[in-house]
Design a protein around this ligand. Structure first.
Ligand code: RUB
Length: 315
């Protein structure tokens, strides 16, 4: 007898895992929100007793967790849902589901509110005539720039292409849609652009913030930070606290995703070459001037305190 799989069961999780792996779903905050919504769907479609639903959740969590290794917001959000579930493991399935879904909705709302709050706080550091350089595509950075523009600040943005996946193009499109002036540069033009005094501030997002204030973001970010330091340009990071990594004292402890060589070059064209394609890098805390979070603007040294206060739940 063939076993029928319910429509919303694990294959839906597999589809999302693939979407995250293939970067159809990407950007650290978006990944966390989509993964959390997927966990919610597992609960909604889950049948059996509470213990069985928790097992399904754990299974889905493991699959989702493995989809991309660097964005800490992903394991953080999965671990939080599992923590909420474990706390309710003695409830009957109906009450368990109802309570858990309510808590997950609150959690998703909190992540969305954090983004809005950061946009509001971050918009205050954007001044008229600023030239702001950004790298890759960060929804958090875009939210800040949009908010500042809506408030009437007039500035322009320099966006790096962000090889090899060219996420800079997504940023360019989004900013142009809002009427914000944008200049696109190749990644290797960052130093010259800063040296010729064309940049006032660098504003980037992050996939992870370590307890010592190091951040992990798209490959190339650390070179931009070095260059900013050398040229006296402020280097600013915008992140929701879901990207804080209570388990990582320093950036070096976070796994850096290596992606397919085919993203860099069609190997048929350069036979015999080895390709190294890390997707993220580590920017040391001492290169970072400020971190904008939903709790306010802080120096990287303050991350430790925030992690202690905000991450009271167990992993
Ligand atoms: C995206 C990237 C973004 C951070 C923050 O990398 O490095 O800067 O994820 O994004 P990828 P956000 O394209 O490989 O996912 O602010 O949207 O969370």
């Amino acid at each position: 007898m063939s076993m029928k799989i319910r429509k919303t069961e694990i294959p839906e999780v597999d589809r999302i895992v693939n979407d995250i792996r293939n970067m159809k779903v990407r950007g650290a905050l978006n990944i966390a929100i989509v993964a959390t919504k997927t966990m919610k769907e597992v609960i909604e479609s889950g049948y059996g007793n509470t213990e069985e639903i928790i097992l399904k959740l754990k299974d889905a969590g493991e699959k989702l967790r493995s989809s991309r290794p660097t964005a800490v917001s992903l394991p953080n959000s999965i671990d939080y849902v599992l923590y909420l579930a474990e706390k309710r493991k003695n409830l009957n399935p109906d009450i368990f589901k109802k309570e858990l879904i309510g808590e997950i909705d609150k959690f998703i709302k909190n992540m969305e509110n954090a983004l809005e709050r950061i946009a509001e706080i971050g918009s205050k550091i954007v001044n008229n005539n600023d030239v702001i350089l950004t790298h890759c595509n960060s929804d958090t950075v875009i939210a800040i720039l949009r908010k500042a523009w809506k408030k009437g600040r007039r500035f322009s943005v320099i966006v790096t292409e962000t090889r090899p996946r060219l996420q800079g193009h997504i940023t360019v499109k989004k900013l142009l849609d809002d009427g914000i002036p944008v200049t696109l540069i190749v990644d290797s033009a960052v130093c010259l652009t800063m040296y010729t005094k064309k940049v006032d501030k660098v504003l980037v997002g992050a996939d992870a913030v370590c307890v010592n204030g190091d951040i992990v973001n798209k490959i190339g970010t650390s070179q931009i930070a070095l260059c900013a330091k050398e040229n006296g340009v402020k280097f600013i990071v915008a992140v929701e606290s879901i990207k804080f990594s209570p388990q990582s004292m320093m950036g070096g402890a976070i796994e850096i995703e290596e992606r397919s060589p085919s993203e860099v070059i069609d190997r048929g064209k350069l036979k015999g070459v080895k390709i190294y394609n890390p997707a993220f890098d580590i920017t040391d805390a001492d290169k970072i001037d400020m971190i904008i979070t939903e709790f306010g603007i802080m120096p990287p040294e303050a991350v430790y305190q925030v992690v202690r206060e905000k991450f009271s739940w167990e992993f």
